[in-house]
Ligand binder design. Structure first.
Ligand code: GDP
Length: 450
């Protein structure tokens, strides 16, 4: 890159500190024009320097810290500088104007990270991890993005892609000597390697369900017969009246959602219509939606009324959640208990007595949910959280399956085409084969200054 870019990295609202970033060959000279160090000696690479901050007309408008980081060991891989002034929109604007007047250009959204990618400082999956990190709402989502930023996913995929390229070159060699029959032994070896690679890609693709839940919230359905306290439970989680609570059974007819962060994990709780047989047309639709919500949720809370004995309608609920990752919630534990708790314990591994009305037991229930969803992440593993990557992995897996089918028929040329295609698709994730259009889509999602 020949031009030098600059942008504010912090939002233009009054705040304690405002940060301006500069990247490009003129970074140091531009910095020297704006920040005049108090001590002699100028800017030592990677050392904070205190100084006065000046505009192009020589007006001292602020004082603050600045750092100069020479290429290539900087975020973008170019000469870069950062100025830490007071977070006043006026100061930030004046510093930027000064930099622009001296030859810098306003950076486009994501341009710093785009330069980092183009200069080989990170692969494309790492660039996307930067957006995930900025947008992460919980510590669990941040930790996953941080692992991806460290290159966990990129390294694994690069290894897969390199193996595929090697296999494709072996296949090409076979095709180049068409008179010779493909030795069955060699094909067998290739098949075994392709099977392992296909499984690796499939496992990563499969991690998207958990990854998306980590980023967008683990979908958690609250189900139970009418009047057991499902809406009250949602309100207890929310800490305010999110749902209407009445003594009239069947009032919740649509699915209500509320997100709660517990133990660093975001959960999206869905309050659903009570599951029961009903003749009411509107309630019927509600019951169908409730059944759908239970089916598509990652976790299910099956709620029962502890103050009453189990009824046939509770049995319908138990059947609806059978085989699901379910938490049994015995609500209304503030009232005298008449429910057959042992019968529930025989059906559910996790039973939590709570009172949605008083809040008793709610924290223990939330902690159990959080423990389940943080434990399911293996150490050092990076889950796919991004639909673009998930879709690419799906296509790569399909190409590898086609390659395996073709390998059965010993048609080396067909296998080769599919293996090459899979390698190219994986390169779209890491960036080696990503088109300008893909790069445009990714970097336009960034904020200015990143
Ligand atoms: P839903 O139909 O399952 O959503 O149940 P609601 O949340 O609308 O509650 C039904 C009734 O049970 C309301 O009158 C609530 O006030 C009452 N209720 C809910 N939770 C509790 C609780 O923990 N203790 C007591 N005593 N009453 C509760």
């Amino acid at each position: 890159m020949t031009d030098t870019i600059a942008a504010a990295a912090t939002p233009p609202v009054p705040s304690a500190i405002g940060i301006i970033r500069i990247s490009g060959p003129q970074a140091l000279s531009l910095l020297q024009g704006v920040v005049h160090p108090r001590k002699k000696g100028g800017f030592l690479p990677r050392h904070m320097t205190f100084g006065g901050i000046y505009t192009q007309t020589g007006l001292r408008i602020d004082e603050g810290l600045a750092v100069y980081m020479p290429a290539p060991a900087s975020y973008t891989g170019e000469d870069t500088a950062e100025i830490y002034c007071h977070g006043s929109p006026g100061i930030l604007a004046a510093v930027l104007e000064t930099l622009f007047a001296a030859g810098a250009r306003q950076a486009e959204p994501g341009e710093f990270t785009r330069r980092a990618f183009l200069n080989g400082r990170m692969d494309l999956s790492q660039s996307e991890a930067v957006i995930d990190l900025i947008e992460s709402e919980t510590s669990a989502a941040a930790a996953n993005a941080a692992a991806q930023l460290q290159g966990v996913l990129g390294k694994r995929l690069t290894a897969v892609r390199e193996e595929l390229i090697l296999i494709a070159s072996q296949l090409s060699a076979m095709i180049d000597f068409p008179d010779e029959e493909v030795p069955e032994l060699e094909m067998q070896e290739l098949r075994e390697k392709l099977t392992v690679l296909c499984e690796t890609v499939g496992r990563l693709r499969g991690s998207y369900t958990r990854g998306a839940a980590l980023k967008n919230g683990v979908p958690c359905a609250i189900t139970g017969k009418p009047n057991v306290g499902k809406s009250s439970l949602l309100n207890a989680f929310a800490g305010f009246e999110r749902a209407i609570v009445t003594e009239i059974p069947g009032t919740t007819r649509d699915v209500l959602e509320y997100s709660v962060v517990s133990g660093g994990v975001k959960f999206s709780f869905f309050d659903t219509a009570g599951i029961r047989d009903t003749e009411d047309a509107v309630e019927k639709i509600g019951v169908a939606r409730a059944t759908d919500a239970v089916r598509s949720a990652s976790a299910v809370l099956a709620v029962f009324d502890g103050s009453r004995p189990l009824e046939p309608e509770d049995e319908i609920v138990m059947q609806a959640v059978d085989g699901r990752d379910a938490w049994c919630v015995i609500n209304k534990c503030d009232l005298p208990q008449r429910i057959e708790e042992s019968a529930l314990r025989a059906r559910f591994a996790r039973v939590f007595p709570v009172s949605a009305a008083s809040g008793l037991g709610i924290d223990a229930l939330l902690s159990s949910l959080a423990a389940q969803f943080t434990a399911s992440r293996e150490a050092g593993e990076s889950l796919i959280t991004n639909p673009r990557q998930a879709h690419a992995l799906e296509r790569a897996e399909a190409a590898l399956r086609r390659a395996l089918d073709a390998a059965e028929l010993l048609t080396a040329d067909v296998v080769c085409t599919d293996v090459e295609e899979a390698a190219a698709i994986i390169g779209e994730i890491t960036g080696q084969t990503a088109s300008e259009e893909i790069l445009e889509q990714i970097f336009s999602r960034f904020c200015v200054g990143k």
